[in-house]
Write a protein that binds this ligand. Structure first.
Ligand code: PA5
Length: 444
């Protein structure tokens, strides 16, 4: 079994009949997803993606990754939201948060165009001095300001380094098949392009070229990632909550939400999961947070955050529940050394594996938080491989869609993301936004 939901630490908060009561709603939502007749039904391509993907493009992704690995020291991904979080999450989860400083035969990978910070961009430009650089600009809409501005900056850098013709070998574009400024620009300039399928939204796009090209550049098997996702697709076909942990997770969240548990904290005990937590937050936050409802997604890395947010979780406002992701097999092993003098009094730990101590911290925390009134859903992942991670990604995508439908929202749109953009354009003087600018200025 690749993934198991352990509900021991949530059982005191939910009775069995509550799952039985909601099963008919799950059946309806499952049919809406499979028959593609629910809200946002134009964006369900991710459901069949793990087996039904463009094999020709998949091969081109591998070729481009090999070329990038050969031609450059530094590879920069320019994208924001769903256009970078997935690839960064996978690279860090399977390699390390410190991927760039590891001994390796693949390029350093940086992410830019995911903020508007001049300090961040200047630092990265400096890092590129004297290095061979390639970039992958990723934007489904092709119009998002952050990556578009970063593209201007890094295109200048590459054209200065290699000339306009030479730069072409160092620029890769991932965008819509036919629409958008970026696609037009790429076609005119002759850059190699990859496609974000029409029916896959940004936060569901990690298993398209959006995520796969950077992941392949990092030397991770994208075949195994897809195979893992496909295995999850097959395992979660039956909507029965007795047989489907993915839907059971979705339903558990919704039952807890209806009992006033409006904040979910995703918990991991390994630093390598930090960006995975960020990917998950976008997936759930953008999918559910609308129409004045939705579970607020947050995250922690324990035991680090037990010494910052731990107090609040144990004794603060009781509107929380936690979802703990733990990896069962193949943890990194480090034995705690013995000290003949035992000055620190820690010899009871001598010879113990740090992985065991970490897992014991988790057990202790699960009991403490449950006793403190915080339900804990535990998701046990078999191991830290591309296959299992692909499985986990699909698990969260499908459960997110189910949760959204059970909440009664359209999980596949993000109308709220537009508001800040319109205000920013107006205040920066973009043509066409004059009235909005005047209205904003009047309120300042
Ligand atoms: O999930 C989404 O659709 C968004 O978060 C987008 O990924 C994000 O806004 C970036 O958009 P784009 O890829 O069009 O530049």
């Amino acid at each position: 079994m690749i993934l198991k939901m352990n509900d021991k630490f949530v059982k005191p908060f939910i009775a069995d009949h509550e799952y039985e009561n909601i099963q008919p709603m799950v059946n309806v939502a499952d049919r809406m997803l499979r028959e593609q007749n629910g809200p946002g039904n134009d964006y369900l391509g991710w459901m069949t993606l793990p087996s039904d993907y463009d094999k020709e493009e998949f091969a081109r992704i591998k070729d481009a990754a090999a070329k990038i690995q050969k031609n450059c020291d530094v590879f920069i991904v320019l994208g924001i939201g769903g256009s970078y979080l997935g690839s960064r999450a996978v690279i860090e989860f399977l390699k390390s948060q410190r991927y760039n400083v590891l001994k390796k035969d693949t390029p350093d990978i940086y992410f830019s165009g995911c903020n508007i910070s001049p300090a961040d961009m200047n630092e990265l430009l400096e890092l590129c001095e004297g290095k061979d650089v390639s970039i992958n600009v990723i934007s489904k809409s092709g119009t998002t300001t952050e990556p578009a501005v970063a593209f201007r900056v890094f295109r200048n850098l590459l054209e200065e380094k290699y000339g306009v013709d030479g730069a072409r070998d160092h620029i890769f574009i991932t965008t819509d098949r036919s629409r958008g400024t970026l696609k037009q620009f790429a076609d005119q300039a002759g850059y190699e392009t990859f496609v974000v399928p029409d029916d896959v939204g940004g936060r569901f796009s990690v298993l398209t070229a959006v995520g796969l090209l950077p992941i392949a550049v990092a030397g991770i098997s994208i075949d195994e990632l897809m195979q893992g996702a496909d295995a999850a697709r097959g395992d979660y076909i039956n909507p029965s909550l007795a047989k489907n942990d993915c839907y059971r997770y979705a339903v558990t969240r919704i039952i807890l939400y209806r009992k006033g548990k409006s904040t979910e904290i995703l918990v991991n005990y390994e630093n390598y999961a930090t960006m995975f937590n960020e990917w998950w937050k976008q997936l759930y936050g953008e999918s559910e947070g609308k129409d004045n409802r939705g579970i607020y997604p947050s995250s922690v890395i324990f035991s680090t955050d037990l010494h910052s947010l731990g107090q609040y979780i144990q004794e603060g406002r009781r509107n929380l529940f936690e979802t703990v992701v733990t990896v069962n097999e193949g943890g990194s092993s480090l034995l705690i050394p013995d000290d003949p003098h035992n000055i620190d009094g820690l010899n009871f730990l001598s010879g113990m594996d740090l992985d065991y101590v970490n897992k014991t911290a988790m057990q202790g925390t699960l009991f403490a938080h449950m006793d403190g009134g915080v339900p804990n859903i535990v998701l046990e992942l078999k191991d830290r491989t591309a296959f299992s991670l692909g499985y986990l990604i699909y698990f969260f995508e499908l459960s997110c869609a189910m949760s959204g439908y059970l909440l009664g929202v359209n999980p596949f749109n993000q109308p709220g993301v537009e508001s800040y953009k319109k205000n920013m354009f107006a205040l920066l003087g973009k043509p066409g936004y004059e009235d909005r600018r005047a209205a904003l200025e009047a309120r300042m």
